[in-house]
Design a protein around this ligand. Structure first.
Ligand code: PMP
Ligand code: GLN
Length: 380
């Protein structure tokens, strides 16, 4: 008989809400993706490499030129040089890097600490590999980490801690103090850290991204994951990467080669040339800060309460003054009755905790945001 490995996992909320938005012709601020165009230069580069014949398998670990550019960018930004030969691997988006990391290192009974609300792909990957998730709650509305709670839950079985800054769905970010606490807590242990930094270039109000690549004592135990989907407005290309010390990366690659072997060749070449000449990702923060501020200004007169977003392209809106419906029900009603789609925040909790909050993606043209706000202002 068919016995499910993930009996209580359903279709991802991002797929569900996007499909619902499409079927109902609603404005889709649910799944996180931009609705504006990719740079023409970048598209031309993909075409150039396709026409030049770069259409066969890339090396298993990724195109060297791209790994070299990633190494350079990481050094310039965070002052640590990862060896492109041995310490960087190109993946099919951050999603595959996350799955492969957990698959490579988590064995039956290993405990993995994760913060909730948590991006949806961590938990199934832990479970399917026999790991034991250990949840620590981030306290709404600021979604700050209570480090005393981490101290309390760490055990000899703790194999990995998963962190995510800037944080999806809350938009919270790690401060220097958070990093200091993390360093203290793992010091002297064998704990690995999976650091999901896909929003590294989307951070607001002059704050600096706290990459673990800035801290030598954390580098030696960390797998840092990022994605070009966010940085180049190309979520559909599914090109991400991870960086880790050689010993860790060797184990990662053993699994990676049998998961995808390698990823899209011409796009890797195109991105490597593009990020060599362009430093567009350096302006992403101000680009998205403007979007955030525009969206906030549009909805500030609505009945929703705004939870401050310090990074990512998401804004949480609290609807507790509008309705006491469950967030999933409320989100569905907003699609059907008002024509606007969001993601209920309970989808980021293993027990579907309901904070009466919805996540909206503001990576959209101002025209889309105008239309969205028009609808949001009608909800009371
Ligand atoms: N981690 C986080 C926190 C994300 O928000 C996302 C997707 N937006 C991913 C990982 C997956 O990235 P990718 O689309 O490159 O697989
Ligand atoms: N990361 C995107 C989000 O948070 C969605 C990715 C996906 O659809 N799996 O909305």
């Amino acid at each position: 008989m068919l016995r499910s490995k993930l009996p209580d996992i359903k279709t991802s909320i991002f797929a569900v809400m996007t499909q619902m938005a499409n079927e109902n012709n609603a404005i889709n601020l649910s799944q996180g993706f931009p609705d504006f165009q990719v740079s023409k230069k970048l598209i031309d580069l993909v075409e150039k490499y396709m026409k030049k014949g770069f259409n066969q398998y890339a090396p298993m670990q990724g195109v060297f030129e791209l790994r070299e550019q990633i190494s350079k960018k990481t050094f310039e930004l965070y002052n640590h040089k990862y060896n492109p030969d041995t310490e960087i691997t190109i993946t099919a988006g951050a999603t595959q890097a996350i799955y492969t990391t957990i698959n490579a290192f988590i064995n039956e009974g290993d405990e993995v600490i994760l913060f909730e609300p948590a991006y949806d792909s961590y938990l199934p990957a832990i479970r399917i590999n026999g790991g034991q998730p250990v949840y620590v709650q981030l306290k709404a509305p600021e979604y700050k980490i209570d480090w005393n709670e981490i101290k309390r839950v760490i055990s000899i079985r703790t194999k990995m801690i998963i962190i995510n800054t800037p944080h999806n769905p809350s938009g919270a970010i790690f401060t220097e103090e958070d990093i200091m606490m993390l360093r203290k807590i793992v010091s002297g242990s064998k704990i690995l850290i999976l650091s999901d930094e896909v929003y590294e270039h989307i951070i607001f109000d002059g704050n600096k991204h706290q990459s673990l690549a800035k801290y030598p004592d954390l580098i030696k135990r960390s797998i840092i994951i990022s994605s070009f989907g966010k940085t180049l407005h190309t979520t559909g290309w599914k090109i991400g990467y991870c960086m880790a010390p050689e010993k860790i990366m060797n184990e990662f690659r053993k699994v990676h080669q049998f998961t995808v072997f390698s990823v899209n060749t011409p796009i890797q070449y195109a991105i490597s040339e593009y990020i060599e000449k362009e430093d567009e990702y350096m302006n992403l923060s101000s680009f998205y800060q403007e979007k955030r501020d525009y969206f906030i200004s549009l909805v500030s007169n609505s009945k929703f309460k705004l939870i401050p977003s310090k990074g990512t392209y998401f804004q949480i809106l609290d609807y507790s003054e509008i309705s006491d419906e469950k967030d999933v029900e409320f989100a569905k009603r907003l699609v059907l009755e008002f024509g606007i789609a969001s993601v209920p925040v309970s989808a980021f909790y293993h027990n579907h905790q309901d904070n009466k909050a919805l996540r909206f993606c503001f990576a959209k043209s101002n025209k889309t945001l105008d239309k969205a706000a028009e609808k949001l202002l009608k909800i009371s």
